[in-house]
Design a protein around this ligand. Structure first.
Ligand SMILES: CCCCCCCCCCC/C=C/C(=O)SCCNC(=O)CCNC(=O)[C@H](O)C(C)(C)COP(=O)(O)OP(=O)(O)OC[C@H]1O[C@@H](n2cnc3c(N)ncnc32)[C@H](O)[C@@H]1OP(=O)(O)O
Ligand SMILES: NC(=O)C1=CN([C@@H]2O[C@H](COP(=O)(O)OP(=O)(O)OC[C@H]3O[C@@H](n4cnc5c(N)ncnc54)[C@H](OP(=O)(O)O)[C@@H]3O)[C@@H](O)[C@H]2O)C=CC1
Length: 260
Protein backbone atom coordinates (compact mmCIF):
# COMPACT_ATOMS: atom_id res chain seq x y z
CA UNK A 1 0.00 0.00 0.00
CA UNK A 2 1.39 3.42 -0.93
CA UNK A 3 1.95 5.55 2.17
CA UNK A 4 1.04 9.23 2.29
CA UNK A 5 3.55 9.83 5.08
CA UNK A 6 7.11 11.18 4.98
CA UNK A 7 9.63 8.34 5.02
CA UNK A 8 11.35 9.54 8.21
CA UNK A 9 8.17 10.51 10.08
CA UNK A 10 9.06 8.46 13.17
CA UNK A 11 12.85 8.67 12.89
CA UNK A 12 14.46 8.67 16.36
CA UNK A 13 11.37 7.15 17.97
CA UNK A 14 10.65 3.71 19.35
CA UNK A 15 7.21 2.17 18.81
CA UNK A 16 5.97 -0.71 20.96
CA UNK A 17 3.27 -2.83 19.28
CA UNK A 18 1.59 -5.57 21.31
CA UNK A 19 0.58 -8.57 19.23
CA UNK A 20 3.07 -7.22 16.68
CA UNK A 21 4.12 -10.64 15.41
CA UNK A 22 0.87 -11.44 13.60
CA UNK A 23 -1.98 -9.95 11.59
CA UNK A 24 -2.90 -6.34 12.19
CA UNK A 25 -0.10 -5.86 14.72
CA UNK A 26 2.50 -7.06 12.23
CA UNK A 27 1.21 -4.59 9.60
CA UNK A 28 1.32 -1.77 12.16
CA UNK A 29 4.88 -2.69 13.14
CA UNK A 30 5.93 -2.82 9.47
CA UNK A 31 4.34 0.53 8.65
CA UNK A 32 5.87 2.32 11.66
CA UNK A 33 9.21 0.69 10.87
CA UNK A 34 9.01 1.77 7.24
CA UNK A 35 8.40 5.30 8.51
CA UNK A 36 11.65 5.25 10.47
CA UNK A 37 10.68 4.03 13.95
CA UNK A 38 12.62 1.37 15.76
CA UNK A 39 9.95 -1.16 16.60
CA UNK A 40 9.40 -3.50 19.54
CA UNK A 41 6.95 -6.30 18.81
CA UNK A 42 5.66 -7.93 21.98
CA UNK A 43 3.42 -10.93 22.66
CA UNK A 44 3.48 -14.35 24.37
CA UNK A 45 4.79 -16.64 21.60
CA UNK A 46 8.46 -15.74 21.20
CA UNK A 47 8.95 -18.06 18.20
CA UNK A 48 6.32 -16.20 16.15
CA UNK A 49 7.75 -12.86 17.24
CA UNK A 50 11.24 -13.87 16.23
CA UNK A 51 10.24 -14.99 12.77
CA UNK A 52 8.25 -11.75 12.30
CA UNK A 53 11.25 -9.75 13.51
CA UNK A 54 13.47 -11.57 11.01
CA UNK A 55 11.16 -10.59 8.16
CA UNK A 56 11.07 -6.96 9.24
CA UNK A 57 14.81 -6.81 9.82
CA UNK A 58 15.34 -8.26 6.33
CA UNK A 59 13.36 -5.25 5.08
CA UNK A 60 15.90 -2.93 6.69
CA UNK A 61 14.07 -2.14 9.93
CA UNK A 62 15.40 -2.10 13.48
CA UNK A 63 13.20 -4.54 15.40
CA UNK A 64 13.24 -6.17 18.83
CA UNK A 65 11.07 -9.18 19.65
CA UNK A 66 10.06 -9.19 23.32
CA UNK A 67 7.95 -11.60 25.31
CA UNK A 68 5.05 -10.24 27.35
CA UNK A 69 1.72 -11.41 28.71
CA UNK A 70 -0.31 -8.21 28.90
CA UNK A 71 -2.70 -9.90 31.37
CA UNK A 72 0.12 -10.21 33.89
CA UNK A 73 1.14 -6.90 35.52
CA UNK A 74 4.54 -8.27 36.55
CA UNK A 75 5.27 -9.35 32.99
CA UNK A 76 4.25 -5.89 31.74
CA UNK A 77 6.48 -4.10 34.27
CA UNK A 78 9.38 -6.43 33.44
CA UNK A 79 8.98 -5.58 29.75
CA UNK A 80 9.19 -1.82 30.37
CA UNK A 81 12.19 -2.25 32.70
CA UNK A 82 13.93 -4.36 30.06
CA UNK A 83 13.21 -1.88 27.26
CA UNK A 84 14.60 1.00 29.32
CA UNK A 85 17.75 -0.86 30.27
CA UNK A 86 18.37 -2.01 26.69
CA UNK A 87 17.75 1.40 25.08
CA UNK A 88 14.39 0.57 23.52
CA UNK A 89 12.20 2.74 25.71
CA UNK A 90 9.04 3.40 23.71
CA UNK A 91 7.78 6.82 22.61
CA UNK A 92 4.68 5.29 21.03
CA UNK A 93 2.51 2.45 22.32
CA UNK A 94 0.04 0.53 20.17
CA UNK A 95 -2.23 -1.69 22.29
CA UNK A 96 -3.19 -4.16 19.57
CA UNK A 97 -3.08 -7.51 21.41
CA UNK A 98 -6.53 -8.91 22.10
CA UNK A 99 -9.24 -11.30 21.07
CA UNK A 100 -12.19 -13.32 22.29
CA UNK A 101 -14.34 -16.34 21.47
CA UNK A 102 -17.92 -16.33 20.26
CA UNK A 103 -20.68 -17.54 22.57
CA UNK A 104 -24.22 -16.56 23.41
CA UNK A 105 -24.17 -14.51 26.62
CA UNK A 106 -26.46 -17.05 28.31
CA UNK A 107 -23.83 -19.78 28.09
CA UNK A 108 -20.71 -17.78 28.98
CA UNK A 109 -19.07 -18.94 32.19
CA UNK A 110 -17.92 -16.31 34.69
CA UNK A 111 -14.33 -17.35 33.97
CA UNK A 112 -14.84 -17.08 30.21
CA UNK A 113 -16.25 -13.57 30.53
CA UNK A 114 -13.45 -12.62 32.92
CA UNK A 115 -10.72 -13.99 30.63
CA UNK A 116 -11.82 -11.76 27.77
CA UNK A 117 -12.19 -8.67 29.96
CA UNK A 118 -8.81 -9.43 31.50
CA UNK A 119 -7.10 -9.61 28.12
CA UNK A 120 -8.74 -6.71 26.34
CA UNK A 121 -9.44 -4.20 29.13
CA UNK A 122 -7.14 -5.03 32.05
CA UNK A 123 -4.25 -5.83 29.68
CA UNK A 124 -4.66 -2.56 27.79
CA UNK A 125 -4.81 -0.61 31.05
CA UNK A 126 -1.71 -2.28 32.46
CA UNK A 127 0.32 -1.56 29.32
CA UNK A 128 -0.91 2.05 29.16
CA UNK A 129 -0.17 2.72 32.83
CA UNK A 130 3.36 1.27 32.63
CA UNK A 131 4.03 3.32 29.47
CA UNK A 132 2.70 6.56 30.98
CA UNK A 133 4.58 6.09 34.25
CA UNK A 134 7.83 5.72 32.32
CA UNK A 135 7.17 8.71 30.06
CA UNK A 136 5.95 10.99 32.85
CA UNK A 137 8.80 10.14 35.23
CA UNK A 138 11.21 11.30 32.53
CA UNK A 139 9.10 14.30 31.46
CA UNK A 140 8.81 12.94 27.92
CA UNK A 141 5.71 13.16 25.69
CA UNK A 142 4.15 10.14 24.06
CA UNK A 143 1.26 8.72 22.12
CA UNK A 144 -0.96 5.69 22.67
CA UNK A 145 -3.22 4.09 20.06
CA UNK A 146 -5.63 1.37 21.20
CA UNK A 147 -7.07 -1.14 18.75
CA UNK A 148 -10.65 -1.98 19.70
CA UNK A 149 -13.60 -3.47 17.78
CA UNK A 150 -16.51 -2.05 15.86
CA UNK A 151 -19.07 -2.04 18.69
CA UNK A 152 -21.45 0.84 18.13
CA UNK A 153 -24.46 -1.43 17.57
CA UNK A 154 -23.45 -3.94 20.28
CA UNK A 155 -22.02 -7.33 19.23
CA UNK A 156 -24.47 -10.17 19.87
CA UNK A 157 -22.43 -13.33 20.30
CA UNK A 158 -19.49 -11.47 21.85
CA UNK A 159 -20.90 -9.77 24.99
CA UNK A 160 -17.59 -10.04 26.85
CA UNK A 161 -15.56 -8.45 24.08
CA UNK A 162 -18.16 -5.77 23.38
CA UNK A 163 -18.18 -4.78 27.07
CA UNK A 164 -14.39 -4.92 27.40
CA UNK A 165 -13.76 -2.85 24.27
CA UNK A 166 -16.42 -0.30 25.24
CA UNK A 167 -14.37 -0.06 28.44
CA UNK A 168 -11.28 0.65 26.38
CA UNK A 169 -13.12 3.32 24.38
CA UNK A 170 -13.94 5.15 27.61
CA UNK A 171 -10.49 4.44 29.04
CA UNK A 172 -9.13 6.15 25.92
CA UNK A 173 -11.16 9.27 26.68
CA UNK A 174 -10.40 9.26 30.40
CA UNK A 175 -6.64 8.72 30.03
CA UNK A 176 -6.54 11.39 27.33
CA UNK A 177 -7.83 13.84 29.97
CA UNK A 178 -5.50 12.67 32.72
CA UNK A 179 -2.33 12.52 30.65
CA UNK A 180 -2.75 15.49 28.29
CA UNK A 181 -0.87 17.76 30.69
CA UNK A 182 2.10 15.39 30.34
CA UNK A 183 2.05 15.57 26.54
CA UNK A 184 0.59 12.09 26.12
CA UNK A 185 -2.20 11.71 23.57
CA UNK A 186 -4.47 8.66 23.73
CA UNK A 187 -6.62 7.57 20.78
CA UNK A 188 -8.17 4.39 19.41
CA UNK A 189 -9.01 2.75 16.09
CA UNK A 190 -12.12 0.54 15.83
CA UNK A 191 -11.67 -1.91 12.95
CA UNK A 192 -14.53 -3.78 11.35
CA UNK A 193 -13.75 -7.14 9.75
CA UNK A 194 -10.10 -7.21 8.69
CA UNK A 195 -8.61 -10.09 6.69
CA UNK A 196 -6.16 -11.79 9.06
CA UNK A 197 -5.50 -15.34 10.18
CA UNK A 198 -7.28 -14.36 13.42
CA UNK A 199 -10.57 -14.69 11.52
CA UNK A 200 -10.06 -18.47 11.29
CA UNK A 201 -11.81 -18.57 14.68
CA UNK A 202 -15.03 -17.17 13.15
CA UNK A 203 -17.71 -18.70 10.94
CA UNK A 204 -16.89 -17.72 7.34
CA UNK A 205 -20.54 -17.58 6.15
CA UNK A 206 -21.42 -15.34 9.06
CA UNK A 207 -18.53 -13.01 8.28
CA UNK A 208 -19.50 -12.90 4.58
CA UNK A 209 -23.12 -12.09 5.42
CA UNK A 210 -21.88 -9.16 7.48
CA UNK A 211 -19.68 -7.95 4.64
CA UNK A 212 -22.56 -8.15 2.14
CA UNK A 213 -24.41 -5.55 4.21
CA UNK A 214 -21.57 -3.04 4.31
CA UNK A 215 -21.58 0.17 2.24
CA UNK A 216 -17.99 -0.80 1.27
CA UNK A 217 -18.56 -4.50 0.50
CA UNK A 218 -15.25 -6.10 1.37
CA UNK A 219 -13.06 -6.96 4.30
CA UNK A 220 -10.52 -4.39 5.36
CA UNK A 221 -6.79 -4.94 5.05
CA UNK A 222 -4.36 -4.81 7.95
CA UNK A 223 -2.40 -2.12 6.11
CA UNK A 224 -5.47 0.14 6.16
CA UNK A 225 -5.54 -0.13 9.95
CA UNK A 226 -1.80 0.52 10.07
CA UNK A 227 -2.09 3.76 8.08
CA UNK A 228 -4.70 5.08 10.52
CA UNK A 229 -2.50 4.16 13.47
CA UNK A 230 0.44 5.95 11.86
CA UNK A 231 -1.68 9.06 11.43
CA UNK A 232 -2.97 9.09 15.02
CA UNK A 233 0.50 8.42 16.44
CA UNK A 234 2.11 11.14 14.33
CA UNK A 235 2.49 14.91 14.80
CA UNK A 236 -0.16 15.32 12.06
CA UNK A 237 -2.65 14.38 14.79
CA UNK A 238 -1.08 16.61 17.45
CA UNK A 239 -4.45 18.23 18.31
CA UNK A 240 -6.36 14.93 18.40
CA UNK A 241 -6.87 13.03 21.63
CA UNK A 242 -9.59 10.87 23.18
CA UNK A 243 -11.14 9.75 19.87
CA UNK A 244 -12.03 6.32 18.54
CA UNK A 245 -11.79 6.24 14.76
CA UNK A 246 -14.09 3.73 13.02
CA UNK A 247 -12.22 1.87 10.25
CA UNK A 248 -14.84 -0.56 9.11
CA UNK A 249 -16.29 -0.01 5.62
CA UNK A 250 -19.38 1.40 7.36
CA UNK A 251 -19.95 -1.42 9.86
CA UNK A 252 -20.64 1.11 12.62
CA UNK A 253 -23.92 1.71 10.75
CA UNK A 254 -24.82 -1.90 9.93
CA UNK A 255 -23.63 -3.75 13.07
CA UNK A 256 -21.22 -6.64 13.41
CA UNK A 257 -23.56 -9.63 13.57
CA UNK A 258 -25.76 -10.27 10.54
CA UNK A 259 -27.73 -12.96 12.37
CA UNK A 260 -29.53 -10.26 14.31
C1 LIG B 1 -22.02 -15.95 16.96
C2 LIG B 1 -22.04 -14.63 16.30
C3 LIG B 1 -20.73 -13.93 16.32
C4 LIG B 1 -20.84 -12.68 15.59
C5 LIG B 1 -19.55 -11.99 15.36
C6 LIG B 1 -19.48 -11.52 13.98
C7 LIG B 1 -18.42 -10.52 13.76
C8 LIG B 1 -17.06 -11.04 13.98
C9 LIG B 1 -16.04 -10.06 13.66
C10 LIG B 1 -14.78 -10.50 14.33
C11 LIG B 1 -13.86 -9.41 14.46
C12 LIG B 1 -12.81 -9.71 15.44
C13 LIG B 1 -11.77 -10.44 15.14
C14 LIG B 1 -10.70 -10.64 16.11
O1 LIG B 1 -10.69 -10.23 17.24
S1 LIG B 1 -9.38 -11.44 15.50
C15 LIG B 1 -8.43 -11.92 16.94
C16 LIG B 1 -8.23 -13.32 16.78
N1 LIG B 1 -7.84 -14.05 17.96
C17 LIG B 1 -8.72 -14.45 18.86
O2 LIG B 1 -9.84 -14.02 18.90
C18 LIG B 1 -8.29 -15.52 19.82
C19 LIG B 1 -8.37 -14.94 21.14
N2 LIG B 1 -8.64 -15.90 22.16
C20 LIG B 1 -7.87 -15.95 23.20
O3 LIG B 1 -6.86 -15.28 23.26
C21 LIG B 1 -8.28 -16.85 24.29
O4 LIG B 1 -9.08 -17.88 23.84
C22 LIG B 1 -9.05 -16.12 25.42
C23 LIG B 1 -8.38 -14.84 25.90
C24 LIG B 1 -10.41 -15.75 24.95
C25 LIG B 1 -9.11 -17.07 26.61
O5 LIG B 1 -7.77 -17.37 26.97
P1 LIG B 1 -7.39 -18.24 28.28
O6 LIG B 1 -6.02 -18.80 28.12
O7 LIG B 1 -7.69 -17.49 29.52
O8 LIG B 1 -8.39 -19.40 28.12
P2 LIG B 1 -8.73 -20.61 28.98
O9 LIG B 1 -8.60 -21.78 28.11
O10 LIG B 1 -7.98 -20.59 30.29
O11 LIG B 1 -10.27 -20.36 29.30
C26 LIG B 1 -10.74 -19.35 30.20
C27 LIG B 1 -12.23 -19.46 30.23
O12 LIG B 1 -12.77 -19.08 28.95
C28 LIG B 1 -13.57 -20.16 28.43
N3 LIG B 1 -13.40 -20.25 26.98
C29 LIG B 1 -12.27 -20.15 26.28
N4 LIG B 1 -12.49 -20.34 24.97
C30 LIG B 1 -13.82 -20.60 24.87
C31 LIG B 1 -14.67 -20.88 23.76
N5 LIG B 1 -14.19 -20.95 22.50
N6 LIG B 1 -15.99 -21.06 24.00
C32 LIG B 1 -16.48 -21.00 25.26
N7 LIG B 1 -15.72 -20.73 26.36
C33 LIG B 1 -14.42 -20.54 26.15
C34 LIG B 1 -13.00 -21.40 29.09
O13 LIG B 1 -13.93 -22.44 29.08
C35 LIG B 1 -12.68 -20.89 30.49
O14 LIG B 1 -13.81 -20.83 31.27
P3 LIG B 1 -14.13 -21.99 32.36
O15 LIG B 1 -12.98 -22.02 33.31
O16 LIG B 1 -15.40 -21.57 33.00
O17 LIG B 1 -14.25 -23.26 31.58
N1 LIG C 1 -9.21 -9.23 12.34
C1 LIG C 1 -10.29 -8.53 12.61
O1 LIG C 1 -11.28 -8.57 11.87
C2 LIG C 1 -10.33 -7.64 13.79
C3 LIG C 1 -9.40 -7.66 14.80
N2 LIG C 1 -9.51 -6.80 15.85
C4 LIG C 1 -8.52 -6.77 16.92
O2 LIG C 1 -7.26 -6.47 16.36
C5 LIG C 1 -6.24 -7.08 17.15
C6 LIG C 1 -5.36 -7.93 16.27
O3 LIG C 1 -6.14 -8.96 15.70
P1 LIG C 1 -5.65 -9.89 14.50
O4 LIG C 1 -4.35 -9.40 13.99
O5 LIG C 1 -6.79 -10.02 13.58
O6 LIG C 1 -5.51 -11.30 15.22
P2 LIG C 1 -4.28 -12.07 15.84
O7 LIG C 1 -4.85 -13.25 16.52
O8 LIG C 1 -3.23 -12.26 14.81
O9 LIG C 1 -3.70 -11.05 16.89
C7 LIG C 1 -3.82 -11.15 18.28
C8 LIG C 1 -2.43 -10.88 18.85
O10 LIG C 1 -2.55 -10.66 20.25
C9 LIG C 1 -1.49 -11.35 20.89
N3 LIG C 1 -1.93 -11.68 22.24
C10 LIG C 1 -3.02 -12.40 22.61
N4 LIG C 1 -3.08 -12.52 23.93
C11 LIG C 1 -1.99 -11.86 24.43
C12 LIG C 1 -1.49 -11.64 25.73
N5 LIG C 1 -2.12 -12.12 26.81
N6 LIG C 1 -0.36 -10.91 25.87
C13 LIG C 1 0.28 -10.44 24.80
N7 LIG C 1 -0.14 -10.61 23.53
C14 LIG C 1 -1.25 -11.32 23.36
C15 LIG C 1 -1.28 -12.60 20.05
O11 LIG C 1 0.04 -13.13 20.21
P3 LIG C 1 0.35 -14.36 21.21
O12 LIG C 1 -0.76 -15.34 21.06
O13 LIG C 1 1.69 -14.84 20.78
O14 LIG C 1 0.41 -13.75 22.57
C16 LIG C 1 -1.48 -12.05 18.66
O15 LIG C 1 -0.26 -11.60 18.12
C17 LIG C 1 -6.97 -7.87 18.24
O16 LIG C 1 -7.07 -7.08 19.40
C18 LIG C 1 -8.32 -8.10 17.61
O17 LIG C 1 -9.32 -8.37 18.56
C19 LIG C 1 -10.49 -5.87 15.93
C20 LIG C 1 -11.44 -5.81 14.97
C21 LIG C 1 -11.46 -6.70 13.86
Amino acid sequence: MMSIFAKDLFKGQVALVTGGGTGIGFAIARTLGQLGARVVIAARALDKLESAAEQLTAGGMAVLAAEVNIRDAESVNALFARLESEGWQPDLLVNNAGGQFTSPALSMSPNGFRAVVDLNLQGTFQMSQAFARQRISQARPGSIVNIVLCLEQGIPGMAHAAAARAGVVNLTKTLSWEWAEHGIRVNAVAPGTIATSGLENYDADNLQAGIDRLPIRRMGQSEEVAEAVAYLASPAASFITGITLPLDGGEHMTGANPQR
